[in-house]
Design a protein around this ligand. Structure first.
Ligand code: ATR
Length: 269
């Protein structure tokens, strides 16, 4: 059967093997999916070795998304724009095709949660690689305005100007956040250290949704903070499942049932 994997470092706790194995069962596809810890200094070598052993495609997670971007022979327009690749595929004439499904995965999960998108005021926290990957699909949903706020203001300003051709986009530091928002997405890695970006108390409009791209057994500090201020809260587990489904579709041309897998993961954590 065809082989797929997720490359990361570390990668031991990745849920991707479980997710893709269930997808394969659901759709009747015959494939194997494993987790491979690539060496930090030789991602390309690990990919080549995997292909030589029958690998047909891979997901790529931290810290290899930029290296995967450089390795691909052909990039999808959205991967080009994101500057990162989370999905590799061996294509025609053994050419390596690179795509990113993170952004579309986020938007699908937002839609599954009936999040305000079209005509909404959206605030995105953070201006790193993870945020660069979600801006194009968010702007494609036609929000009224999208603001990017980051600890290092210059990075948010730069990102906003890079995407300004796609919609009303502004950037600045956390101190530049004014007004209320219908959707606030935390794309910083602050949650990992249990930290909270400094945000105004009156951040959420009526019916607002707070989304953290991180997930864990417990709600993140950001989600707990948001819940106290009346926002509806959603963590990034669904985004993980949706981006996986998009990758699976690229590889196998079949759409798995993501809701069933999301429920399975929620029950087991
Ligand atoms: P990723 O791939 O997760 O986006 P990254 O490119 O290193 O990783 O970006 C991390 C993001 O989290 C950045 O926006 C970073 O802010 P800076 O650009 O100012 O470094 C943000 N971040 C990390 N730790 C943070 C903290 N404790 N408080 C606020 N923002 C934080």
């Amino acid at each position: 059967s065809d082989r797929y994997c997720v490359f990361g470092h570390p990668v031991g706790h990745s849920k991707s093997p479980r997710i893709h194995t269930v997808f394969a069962e659901q759709t009747g596809e015959s494939l194997r999916y494993e987790a491979i810890e690539a060496p930090l200094d030789d991602f390309a070598g690990a990919w080549r070795a995997f292909v030589a052993e029958g690998g047909r495609g891979a997901n790529v997670t931290v810290p290899f998304k930029e290296q995967a971007y450089r390795l691909a022979d052909v990039l999808s327009p959205r991967a080009q724009r994101a500057g990162a690749v989370n999905t590799l595929m061996v294509g025609k004439h053994e050419r390596v095709y690179g795509d990113t499904t993170d952004g579309v995965g986020l938007v699908r999960d937002l839609q599954a949660h009936a999040a305000p998108l079209e005509g909404a005021r959206i605030l995105v926290l953070g201006a790193g690689g993870a945020v660069r990957g979600i801006l194009e699909p968010l702007l494609a949903a036609n929000p009224a305005a999208l603001m990017i706020a980051n600890r290092t203001a210059a990075k948010a300003e730069r990102l906003a100007s890079d995407f300004a051709d796609l919609g009303e986009t502004t950037g600045g530091g956390f101190d530049a956040v004014v007004g209320t928002f219908d959707l606030v997405i935390n794309g910083t890695s602050a949650s990992l250290g249990g930290e909270l970006p400094p945000l105004p108390d009156e951040l959420f409009a009526d019916g607002a949704l707070a989304y953290d791209m991180m997930y864990g057994a417990e709600p993140t500090v950001f989600l707990r903070w948001a819940a106290k201020r009346g926002a509806r809260t959603v963590d990034g587990l669904g985004m993980l499942v949706e981006q996986a489904a998009e990758s699976f579709f690229l590889w196998r041309n079949k759409r798995p049932d993501t809701a069933a897998v999301r429920e399975m993961l929620r029950r087991s954590r």
